[in-house]
Design a protein around this ligand. Structure first.
Ligand SMILES: CC(=O)SCCNC(=O)CCNC(=O)[C@H](O)C(C)(C)COP(=O)(O)OP(=O)(O)OC[C@H]1O[C@@H](n2cnc3c(N)ncnc32)[C@H](O)[C@@H]1OP(=O)(O)O
Ligand SMILES: O=C([O-])CC(=O)C(=O)O
Length: 376
């Protein structure tokens, strides 16, 4: 069993900032559970909708509940005209995470959550609409194409790939996307979830909480690491080149995105799952170079620094093998983590006190304002 990481120092590390019944992270140094279920068990045996139901409603659905939940989400996919108009005005040069943020915020104007009684409806609508929203913008801005977002896709995983490529995706790719969405769904008090909870603690609306969380997830130290990892490995020609590149970066004390974790000490349990899928995709593609490069990176980082791959690193090669453009990687994380964010917002609302910590003042001593003519 891995030893727990010593959690002290800056960044509120190790401070208990509230209670949650949603997940445990690194309890034994490496594990991850959602409402008591091991994430590996969920990823091997469930669809993302089952896990969304578990996270948002407390239990895995029965067969009848799952059928009803999927049908409900499928019926909520349409994009309002005013939202399409906004998306069409965002240039192709925009970062898709900014598009997600704007799209979520615009929906909050059009379909405002009027009371907390609507929180599940607001969440389900966002779950249903996000894949089509980002891919409507992507296809319009990059290919001048207005795609149909009300597809026949049977799941959120299939809907993302279908609206991206504007055609029914391969079964293997849907299977990988199901696992990926499950792995990214929930992770206790990470930075973006904490953002959502702080916003919720002011009794703000669901769209504001989620819009703020998207902004926090965007950074390369958090969700943006999957894109940053791809930008790194695509410059590597082969495993030996990967090793030389990493050694140079470590020598220059550069950060290698996709490695390390604030809570886990020796491994991120999500890595083994997505790594296995990356290998399967590499074999199916008949070109394992990117996977082999990634495996070498993992070995070098552990050998040199005892740093391990977090959830993001092998997502880079897996998504790339599925033909997903790099800048759409983090928006997929949004489509998934929305479940965790919304469940945390609901949990915060159910037992709320405004989150308002104190600061240690390190500024100048008290002083008085001089007239303008006397300053200088
Ligand atoms: C889904 C997710 O959001 S997972 C996280 C995704 N983010 C990344 O992959 C970005 C790269 N990783 C990092 O920046 C960090 O590991 C974080 C942000 C994830 C965690 O940060 P911290 O908790 O501050 O890291 P930690 O305290 O373990 O760092 C220990 C040392 O290892 C170094 N280190 C940690 N991660 C890395 C890395 N990826 N590359 C190089 N050095 C690293 C730190 O700089 C630090 O060195 P120092 O003691 O000389 O200052
Ligand atoms: O927990 C964290 O700090 C980051 C992370 O892995 C996640 O949000 O999935």
């Amino acid at each position: 069993m891995a030893a727990a990481k010593e959690l002290t120092g800056a960044g509120l590390r190790g401070q208990i900032a509230g209670k949650t019944a949603l997940s445990t992270v690194g309890k034994t140094g490496s594990g991850l559970t959602y409402r008591g279920y091991d994430v590996k068990d969920l990823a091997a045996n469930c669809s993302f909708e089952e896990v969304a139901h578990l996270i948002l409603k407390g239990e895995l659905p029965t067969d009848a509940e799952l059928t009803a939940y999927k049908a409900r989400l499928k019926a909520m996919r349409s994009l309002p005209t005013a939202l399409k108009e906004v998306l069409e005005r965002i240039p192709a040069t925009a970062h898709p995470m900014d598009v997600m943020r704007t799209g979520c915020s615009m929906l909050g104007n059009l379909e405002t959550e009027q009371s907390f009684a609507q929180q599940q409806d607001a969440t389900d609508r966002l779950l249903a609409i996000f894949p089509g929203l980002i891919n409507y913008w992507y296809n319009y801005s990059h290919h001048g194409k207005r795609i149909e977002v009300e597809t026949a896709a049977d799941s959120i995983a299939e809907q993302f790939l279908w609206t991206l490529h504007d055609k029914k995706p391969e079964a293997l790719h849907v299977e990988v996307m199901q696992a990926s969405l499950i792995l990214y769904a929930e992770h206790e008090f990470n930075a973006s979830t904490f953002t959502a909870r702080v916003c919720a603690s002011t009794l703000s609306d669901m769209h504001s909480c989620i819009t703020g969380a998207i902004g926090s997830l965007r950074g390369p130290l958090h969700g943006g690491a999957n894109e940053a990892a791809m930008e790194l490995i695509e410059k590597m020609d082969n495993p030996d080149h990967a090793e030389a590149t990493l050694l140079g970066m470590l020598e220059r004390k550069e950060k290698i995105m996709g490695f390390g974790h604030a809570i886990y000490s020796e491994s991120d349990p999500r890595n083994a799952v997505i790594k296995a899928w990356s290998e399967k995709l590499a074999q199916a593609n008949g070109d394992t170079n990117l996977y082999d490069i990634s495996v070498r990176c993992e070995a070098v980082m552990w050998r040199e620094k005892k740093l391990f791959c977090n959830a993001d690193f092998f997502h880079a090669s897996a998504y790339n093998y599925m033909g997903i453009p790099t800048k759409l990687f983090t928006p997929i994380f949004v489509c998934s983590r929305l479940t965790g964010w919304a469940a945390h917002v609901m949990e915060q609302r159910a037992d709320n006190r405004i989150i308002r910590p104190s600061a240690d003042y390190v500024g100048v001593e008290p002083r008085t304002v001089k007239p303008l003519a006397e300053r200088g």
